[in-house]
Design a protein around this ligand. Structure first.
Ligand SMILES: Cc1cc2nc3c(=O)[nH]c(=O)nc-3n(C[C@H](O)[C@H](O)[C@H](O)COP(=O)(O)OP(=O)(O)OC[C@H]3O[C@@H](n4cnc5c(N)ncnc54)[C@H](O)[C@@H]3O)c2cc1C
Length: 446
């Protein structure tokens, strides 16, 4: 029995689910909002992390399978509803990700010059929805930057903002991004972590890399390394934590060189207010102390950092999709083993979920493979006895509505155009960033 399944979102979790379904002999339509596939592998993973971005090659192979069809440039909830998908397919798997930022909820957050990491990452990766004007205006005025948060996205953002031109010029960033980063006046980036150095969630490799880039000095406060007993316990029980602290301790004696860019790591520090009248001029930071459980509590003591740009990197969150239940406290689609649960707590027949919108924004790309595999196992177990609907999914319906989906050959045309553009600029590839240009490249009209 061959089923026809719709996948909503062509990021890693959608394509891993597709791979599992295709391997089991089923037909899959992968519906993607953007004109191009790959989700955060294209629009999140840092452009200078070549080996991680190369997972795109593996994901692309899935889309080349004969029983898999890419329908890109189609937004579920706008161009076609989830109910219409449920009526046209033998199963629907939601894998639409969780790529909105979380808010700090402090005064001044809305001032020009205060950006979410999502905005900055979208801009430097060449996402067609990136707000170029907001990001470029914030960057043009910046000599000092505050990055709030101590996870891997904050390391990426900090590295991209401080890296010398020769590190970035081989990447596939759009040319205007490279030009702006190259001429940026940024000298100092202050990274704020509200708890101790041992509680930062970055991976050691990414952290260590910060200290290895020519032209960058990392500066730490020795007092932050007088560790509380609760933190020493953490280091003893977790080797990654111990290694991270060791890497940062190695920077205690760093003498910042004149002419270099400086990254200042501040722990036990949380932003209390973003200051400025018509745009950001600084951040008031409150010192914190840890309680016995390791949580940060404000001490009332404050200090100020002058900054023209604030990047809030405190996590991602999912958003509701029309017609689908949503857990507004956890920002995920409620589910049991990937089966979407209705308001009554009972699975909705045929509707499944995988990836970040199922479990929240955690784990690495590979985590989505196992997660998508588990969801597909639930789907196949449930759908074993159904009579397949047949038909051609929602393709005809989309055409009727004047929507022409982009297929894999459209992506291949974009791929070729990006390689050609890159080669003309002396690199492997340059990302095409505007919606219209992507669509034009996909249809072979460059
Ligand atoms: C800045 C950043 C850097 C990262 N770096 C790394 C790294 O170095 N290494 C690593 O292992 N992991 C990294 N990750 C994590 C990794 O990117 C995620 O684990 C992974 O992308 C999650 O996959 P997903 O498919 O659930 O979501 P996504 O990758 O977000 O894919 C969701 C897809 O759904 C589409 N979509 C959304 N709404 C709709 C709709 N209504 N209709 C149709 N399509 C829709 C989106 O356009 C997108 O293509 C990073 C994440 C971020 C944010």
């Amino acid at each position: 029995m061959t089923l026809r399944i719709a996948i909503v979102g062509a990021g890693p979790s959608g394509l891993y689910a597709t791979d599992a379904l295709n391997s089991a002999g089923h037909h899959v339509d992968v519906i993607e909002r953007l004109p191009v596939p790959f989700g955060l592998v294209r629009y999140g993973v840092a452009p200078d992390h070549y080996s991680i971005r190369s997972v795109r090659g593996t994901l692309e192979k899935v889309l080349l399978e004969p029983n898999v069809r890419l329908l890109a440039g189609v937004e579920v909830g706008r161009d076609v509803s989830v109910d219409e998908l449920l009526a046209a397919y033998d199963g629907v798997v939601l894998t639409y990700g969780a790529s909105r930022d979380r808010l700090l909820q402090i005064p001044g957050e809305d001032l020009p010059g205060s950006l979410a990491a999502t905005d900055l990452v979208a801009w430097y990766c060449g996402h067609p929805d990136a707000d170029r004007a907001a990001v470029e205006s914030a960057l043009s005025a910046a000599t000092s930057v505050v990055v709030v948060g101590v996870g891997n996205v904050s390391v990426d953002v900090t590295r991209v903002l401080t890296a010398p031109a020769d590190r970035l010029e081989r990447t596939d960033m759009p040319q205007h991004v490279l030009d702006i980063l190259e001429s940026s006046g940024i000298r100092d980036v202050h990274v704020l972590g509200r708890r101790s150095p041992a509680q930062a969630t970055w991976t050691t490799k990414e952290l260590r890399e910060l200290g290895e880039i020519d032209g960058i000095d990392v500066v730490v406060e020795p007092a932050d390394f007088e560790l509380e007993p609760v933190v020493v316990g953490l280091m003893e029980s977790d080797r990654v934590v111990a290694r991270n602290v060791e890497v940062m301790r190695g920077w205690i004696d760093n003498e910042p060189a004149e002419g270099n860019r400086h990254i200042h790591l501040h722990f036990h520090s949380r932003p209390a207010e973003i200051t400025g009248t018509d745009r950001v001029s600084g951040v008031v930071v409150e010192r914190t102390a840890l309680d016995e459980s390791g949580a940060a509590r404000g001490t009332g003591e404050t200090y100020e950092i002058e900054a023209q740009l604030i990047v809030r990197s405190v996590g991602y969150r999912g958003m509701p999709l029309a017609g689908v239940p949503f857990d507004a406290s956890r920002h995920v689609v409620p589910n049991a083993d990937g089966r979407v649960l209705g308001e009554d707590g009972v699975p909705i027949p045929g509707l499944y979920v995988a990836g970040w919108i199922k479990r929240g924004p955690t784990g690495i790309i590979g985590t989505n493979k196992k997660d998508a595999g588990a969801t597909v196992a639930s789907l196949l177990a449930d759908r074993v006895d159904i009579a397949p609907r047949g038909g051609d999914g929602v393709f005809a319906l989309l055409l009727e509505r004047g929507i022409t989906p982009i297929h894999i050959d459209g992506w291949q045309a974009v791929d070729a155009a990006e390689r050609a553009l890159g080669q003309a600029q002396g690199r492997d590839r340059t990302t095409i960033h505007e919606h219209d240009s992507l669509r034009a490249a996909a249809s072979g009209v460059e």
